[in-house]
Ligand binder design. Structure first.
Ligand code: ZN
Length: 194
């Protein structure tokens, strides 16, 4: 558990904007910001880069104030299940083990409403932190923070980060960094480890 052998990845999703015209997109948007050295990942990818894996299917907890309804989380989890990923359970606003209060909720994907203790760019719609063991590429935990309104594809996009995917800036792709350039294209997201 040497701290230097691990890294935390912070991804600030989707840029600036509220349904703006396309030229706004050229603005420096919220950057994909992570603390690590991804030297081994080529600058140009023809599919989304994946940097981490869960050892066991993660448990998902939607915390009390998270702006996600039960239908939305079930639908987003099903989206990823259809791509070949397993989830242990989904707990909707039920957290008997206190994972929503945990700093490092090992084995869990925890979904929060953004709170004052978490720094997020004004232009970001959501943010995912996930913790990866640098030696094994195993994801230990993930925390997703949302602003109060969740737009189409954002929950699925953030779950993608929680499953280890980075951004992939192809037009209409789910993992596009900028929300208004993204969409439901899921190429390259199928689970190949099955
Ligand atoms: Zn993102």
């Amino acid at each position: 558990m040497n701290a230097t052998s691990r890294y935390i990845i912070r991804l600030f999703i989707y840029g600036v904007l509220m349904f703006g015209p396309v030229n706004i997109v050229t603005h420096p948007a919220a950057a994909a910001d992570y603390i690590s050295n991804f030297d081994r990942i080529p600058a140009v990818e023809n599919m989304p880069a994946r940097v981490g894996y869960w050892r066991h299917p993660p448990r998902v907890v939607v915390c009390e104030h998270a702006p996600v309804n039960n239908t939305q989380i079930r639908s987003a989890v099903r989206f990823w299940e259809n791509l070949g990923y397993d989830f242990h359970t989904v707990q909707y606003k039920s957290d008997p083990l206190g994972k929503c209060m945990s700093d490092k909720p090992k084995g869990y994907i925890v979904i929060h409403l953004i709170s004052s203790g978490v720094r997020m760019e004004d232009s970001s719609l959501a943010q995912t932190h996930f913790y990866v063991d640098n030696d094994t590429n195993i994801i230990e935990w993930a925390k997703i923070y949302f602003r109060s309104d969740i737009r189409n594809t954002v929950l699925e996009h953030e779950l993608g980060h929680a499953l280890g995917f980075l951004h992939f800036n192809r037009t209409d792709h789910l993992m596009n960094q900028k929300w208004e350039m993204g969409g439901w294209n899921k190429s390259g997201l199928e689970n190949k480890r099955r």
